[in-house]
Design a protein around this ligand. Structure first.
Ligand SMILES: *Cc1c(COP(=O)(O)O)cnc(C)c1O
Length: 313
């Protein structure tokens, strides 16, 4: 299923899909760039690409960003910085925990400097004054917002569409992906005017994402083709929450389809897919491409929570 310059496309076989008359495949960004533990992968690779380029063009020697203790973004930033010869600084929400969890252990091993900020200050992370303070404190740093979600991130995510287009024999009318800030989805919406992009919100109260999507498209100078919709009922109780139902679902489906899933993003994406297929929400004959955005590294820090939820199922 692999071809070197592009993410693999995996076809999914399930009697449920046959019965609903839909064809489903997954673009495996979790395997792109081709798996190399020392590189960032998934949607964070695309979000960082032009941020790193901009940092280099501005002569910055450091990358600075924000995230929680299990953040895929922080993990990807640390690896990408190492790869490009840029120092990295991670501002981590909450108190320092010892020993470091696997995400932060990898980040430190890749050379990232960690600073912890309390939850109250962390909320100011996008405020102009707070950023100005950081610019004074870290003059050599290129500052990237949480999740790598800015205009440059959207620009990078538009290139995910090239990976879909590569398999052009496989017409896609629907693209589905998990959504947190909406920057990845905005890139796909902008680059795929002929498909419907369905975003599955992983946070509770995902309706705010309508405005976020509009803002990302506007900032990036992209036309809103109106080719998108948000699914806000698959958050499963909130960000990074994993109840016994979700744990059981992930355990069953990842075995049945032979695909790695985790509870924060891809597990919820697949929940939404199966629910929509079973309720016949997709017209007969639909060609659906899911985006596996990666994030498997985060499961290491959640394994106990996951196993406990599975036991209760
Ligand atoms: C960060 C992340 C997302 C969310 O991307 P947004 O652009 O913030 O919506 C989805 N999946 C995975 C695996 C992620 O790490």
């Amino acid at each position: 299923m692999t071809s070197s310059g592009y993410a693999p496309l995996q076809h999914l076989d399930d009697p449920d899909f046959d019965q609903a008359g839909v064809s489903v495949r997954v673009l495996r960004l979790d395997l792109y760039p081709p798996l190399n533990a020392a590189m960032s992968s998934g949607n964070k690779y695309f979000k960082l690409k032009y941020n790193i380029q901009a940092a280099q063009q501005q002569g910055k020697t450091q990358l600075l960003s924000f995230g929680g203790a299990y953040s895929n973004h922080i993990h990807a930033l640390a690896l990408a910085g190492k790869q490009h010869g840029l120092q990295t600084i991670g501002l981590i929400r909450g108190e320092q925990q010892q020993p470091l969890n696997p995400t932060l252990r990898d980040a430190v091993d890749a050379g990232m400097q960690l600073h912890y900020i309390n939850r109250i200050d962390y909320r100011r992370k996008a405020e102009v004054n707070f950023i100005a303070e950081l610019e004074r404190q870290f003059p050599a740093a290129f500052i990237i917002p949480e999740g790598g979600s800015n205009q440059l991130g959207v620009q990078g995510c538009m290139e995910i569409a090239d990976h879909i287009a590569y398999y052009r024999g496989q017409h896609t009318d629907t693209v589905m992906l998990p959504v947190a800030t909406g920057a990845t989805m905005a890139g796909l919406v902008a680059a795929l005017p002929n498909s419907t992009v369905v975003g599955v919100a992983v946070l509770k109260g995902g309706d705010f994402l309508h405005d976020e999507l509009n803002a990302y498209l506007l900032q990036s100078g992209q036309i809103d083709w109106g080719n998108w919709q948000l699914e806000c009922n698959y958050h499963g109780g909130g960000y990074a929450k994993c109840d016994s139902r979700l744990a059981q679902f992930i355990s069953d489906v990842s075995k049945r389809l032979d695909i790695p899933l985790e509870p924060v993003y891809s597990g919820k994406l697949f929940c939404a897919l199966y629910d929509k297929v079973r309720t016949k929400a997709f017209p007969h004959g639909s060609n659906i491409t899911l985006i596996h955005t990666g994030g498997m590294q985060g499961l290491r820090g959640m394994q106990q929570q996951f196993d406990a939820a599975l036991k209760q199922a």
